[in-house]
Ligand binder design. Structure first.
Ligand SMILES: Nc1nc2c(c(=O)[nH]1)N[C@H]1C(S)=C(S)[C@@H](COP(=O)(O)O)O[C@H]1N2
Ligand SMILES: [Mo]
Length: 422
């Protein structure tokens, strides 16, 4: 990433409708998982930086349309992006974009001819939209946005909690192309009294209660109508991988990606909040100003997780690198504002005693990553602790200590990078 923000030269991929139809026809025809067997392939190991962090690094092609990934779970697939990928691209390549599913039996192919997105419930005109119509009858929207799992970095939460033990790679930045949800709602005509939108996907719920456990997420109508929430049919200028929600997924910029429903097939306009498992039992955070609480605290009111917090990361140099005393060291990485634009990134070379402003790379919009860069000269030999902190437009900044909640959600502590000057 480092030649004078060479990532600035990355042209935002232009989305071609022709390619979509071509690729979608291919994908619709083939059962993508046919012939893929995990055990048949050799895998290297990787050590994530927490206790019990050993994982398989699976080679490209182990999962369809996916490159080398960190294996967190096979079924349903939980694949983490190797950290080195974030150093090479400000947009995360589709084939190394992380993957997270909840149901073991999600569809392994989608028939693009019969695929429909239905808008139902409190509308004047219920809709059944085909992919062709979605592509041709609505204006194209494009937006850079970070898709981050609520549980990203859960492996660093202290005390540790249950759930996938991700390091920092359960996130990715992409240019999403598709249609603003507002367009569909306008066409359907929302009736008076409507307050919420439920989003449902192609996969079934889990036995023995498939109806109760189906993957349904709910947003306020006002939020869904804000012109930013969108139905994406392309990602970084290409059809999105099946594992990332082909053919259409919801994009909720600035919100944790539990709301970014993949393989979206129904939007119900409702006059009440969500009552399903995924809104009332899972993905809840303490109703406190930070979304954190004291471990073991009783009687805390819980609410659905929502807006993302600011974060920043080092990609350069590597952790524990040896640098030469008296010579400037270039440091840098990526940062995001979370639910609002990034305001600034601060860098410290002395364990947080002094902070300097980092310079920022190209701005692709409030919800994407920005590259940051700073430099310092170690005047003495010995150990250094570098730190980086993002501050967003609302003045929200990363805390020194990671906060805690029972789900291990929204971890965003300031990153520390040890260095040795010799
Ligand atoms: N249909 C469907 N959509 C889903 C999920 C799911 O299990 N099923 N998981 C959600 C969660 S919790 C996450 S973190 C993101 C992961 O998106 P990705 O696999 O494209 O990275 O998808 C979201 N959308
Ligand atoms: Mo997630």
């Amino acid at each position: 990433m480092w030649e004078d923000f060479s990532t600035d030269e990355v042209t935002v991929p232009q989305w071609g409708r022709r390619e979509f139809l071509k690729m979608s026809a291919l994908l619709g025809a083939a059962g993508l998982f046919a012939g893929h067997s995990l055990s048949a392939r050799a895998a290297a190991m990787i050590d994530l930086p927490f206790v019990n962090g050993e994982r398989k690094l699976i080679p490209a092609g182990t999962f369809p349309q996916k490159g080398e990934m960190i294996l967190q779970r096979v079924r349903p697939p939980l694949l983490e992006t190797p950290w080195s990928v974030f150093d090479r691209h400000i947009f995360t390549p589709n084939d190394q974009f992380y993957v997270r599913w909840h149901m073991p039996d999600f569809p392994d192919h989608v028939d693009v001819k019969s695929y429909r997105i239905r808008v139902t419930g409190l509308v004047k005109k219920p809709l059944e939209i085909s992919l062709e119509e979605l592509l041709h009858d609505f204006p194209l929207r494009e937006m850079a946005a970070v898709n981050q799992c609520s549980g990203n970095s859960r492996g660093f939460v202290n005390p540790r909690v249950n759930g996938a033990q991700w390091a920092n790679g359960a996130m990715g930045n992409a240019v999403w192309a598709g249609v603003a949800l507002r367009e569909l709602l306008q066409r359907a005509g929302v009736k008076k009294g409507a307050t919420h939108l439920a989003f449902r996907s192609l996969e079934k719920g889990m036995a023995p209660f498939p109806a109760d456990t189906r993957f349904e997420k709910v947003l306020d109508l006002e939020h869904g109508n804000d012109g930013e929430v969108m139905l994406a049919y392309a990602m970084n200028g290409a059809t999105m991988p099946l594992l990332n929600g082909f053919p259409v997924r919801l994009v909720v910029p600035g919100w944790y990606s539990t709301y970014w429903v993949k393989m979206l097939t129904e939007i119900e306009v409702m006059d009440h909040p969500g009552t399903g498992f995924w809104m009332t039992k899972a993905y809840l955070i303490p109703d406190t100003p930070t979304g954190y609480m004291t471990p073991g605290e009783k009687g805390v009111k819980m609410v659905p997780i929502n807006r993302m917090k600011p974060r920043s990361f080092f990609t350069e140099p590597g952790s524990g690198a040896r640098v030469a005393k008296g010579h400037p060291v270039k440091v840098g990485g990526i940062a995001m504002g979370g639910s609002t634009a990034l305001e600034r990134v601060l860098f410290s070379a002395d364990g947080g005693a002094h902070w300097q402003k980092a310079s920022l790379g190209h701005d692709y919009g409030p919800y994407g990553f920005r590259a940051w860069q700073a430099s310092f000269t170690p005047e003495k030999t010995g150990a250094y602790t570098l730190m980086v902190k993002a501050v967003n437009r609302q003045g929200e900044e990363q805390p020194l200590q990671g906060g805690w909640n029972p789900g291990g959600f929204m971890y965003n502590a300031i990153e520390h990078l040890p260095l040795q000057a010799v």
